[in-house]
Design a protein around this ligand. Structure first.
Ligand SMILES: C[S@@+](CC[C@H](N)C(=O)[O-])C[C@H]1O[C@@H](n2cnc3c(N)ncnc32)[C@H](O)[C@@H]1O
Length: 305
């Protein structure tokens, strides 16, 4: 297990994932009833952008740093879509210098309310220790140093019967490791949705191999719709790429499959994704494919650009 998210914190993929997560939590806050956030692969909680890994890796400079510098000039609909995420970013960087980046646990602790619950799994002992340092003092939080795929079965349905599951595995380099994460994700989601069909689920996946993503999305849709009877409009894939994702090289595209997307999410993403794709474009002049985005729901016409 070599994966360390600190090298990638704040990159384009994190921005998209965390914008979607923040919008979903914000929507869950709209009802009085408490809810639970379950993060199967939590990471260290928060990231120091002045730290060694961030200094050695330029990824956040082409991601969150571009957003930090330009968000104030975005159209109103984009700013509305980014608002919950920006609230967290500003809260962590109160004097205007971007020096800290929230992981999903910090987003949850900053956006969720007093009576809500947060369950975090992190398998890597060192990362789990950092996670405890970052958010372990929050009394809403329980951290387990264990395999999040295995833990999920015991977590759902949560006692509140409302909430969100984030499954955000490392998809480490190497096709075998990546395939394993796709397979495990599919297996645990099938089980979890069977037990708790009403939860919001965010499933992160990289777009390294376009065929592998299409196969995963197709298989997931058939399990959920045909086997478990989920309505097709309860599935939404939100993807963004900053270069041609088909070319070899560093990660160029990523996105989330959202199950039970909260009301208003699609409209917010229709506003934000084209703007973010343009902002975070990293294509070179010789590439035919530039940055882009898509929102896809089975049986509906996709939105893309
Ligand atoms: C992509 S990072 C998570 C980032 C985090 N969710 C965020 O948005 O800030 C994946 C994390 O999963 C951890 N991990 C890897 N395999 C795991 C497993 N089976 N169960 C729980 N955690 C795991 C890694 O150590 C790493 O910290």
């Amino acid at each position: 297990m070599n994966y360390r998210h600190a090298f990638h914190a704040g990159n384009f993929a994190d921005v998209v994932k965390h914008v979607v997560l923040s919008l979903c939590l914000d929507r869950l806050n709209a009802k009085d009833k408490p809810y639970r956030f379950i993060d199967t692969h939590a990471g260290v909680g928060a990231y120091d952008l002045t730290g060694d890994e961030a200094r050695r890796s330029p990824e956040w400079r082409d991601g969150v740093a571009r957003l930090w510098m330009t968000e104030h000039g975005a159209p109103d609909a984009v700013r509305a879509a980014l608002a919950p995420y920006m609230t967290v970013l500003r809260g962590m960087n109160p004097d205007g210098n971007l020096v800290a980046y929230p992981g999903s646990p910090a987003i949850a602790t900053r956006l969720m309310r007093e009576g809500d619950a947060i369950r975090l799994c992190e398998l890597h002992p060192e990362s789990a220790e950092k996670l405890r340092e970052a958010v372990g003092g929050d009394r809403r939080v329980k951290i387990e140093e264990r395999d999040g795929y295995e833990a999920l079965g015991a977590y759902v349905p949560p006692p509140e019967r409302r909430g969100l599951v984030l499954i955000d595995p490392p998809f480490e380099e190497g096709s075998a490791e990546r395939r394993l994460d796709f397979e495990r994700m599919l297996r645990v989601v099938r089980k979890a949705v069977k037990r708790w069909p009403g939860g919001v689920y965010l499933l992160w996946r990289p777009i390294k191999n376009i065929d592998a993503v299409a196969a995963f999305d197709g298989e997931l849709a058939s399990v959920l719709i045909e086997e478990l009877g989920m309505a097709p409009d309860k599935l939404l894939a939100a993807d963004l790429w900053v270069r041609d994702p088909g070319r070899p090289g560093p990660l160029a595209g990523a996105g989330l499959v959202v199950l039970n997307p909260p009301f208003g999410l699609t409209e917010h993403l229709k506003a934000a994704l084209p703007w973010l794709a343009n902002l975070m474009d990293q294509s070179s002049d010789d590439e035919e494919i530039e940055s882009g985005w898509r929102l896809v729901s089975p049986e509906a016409e996709p939105d893309a650009g």
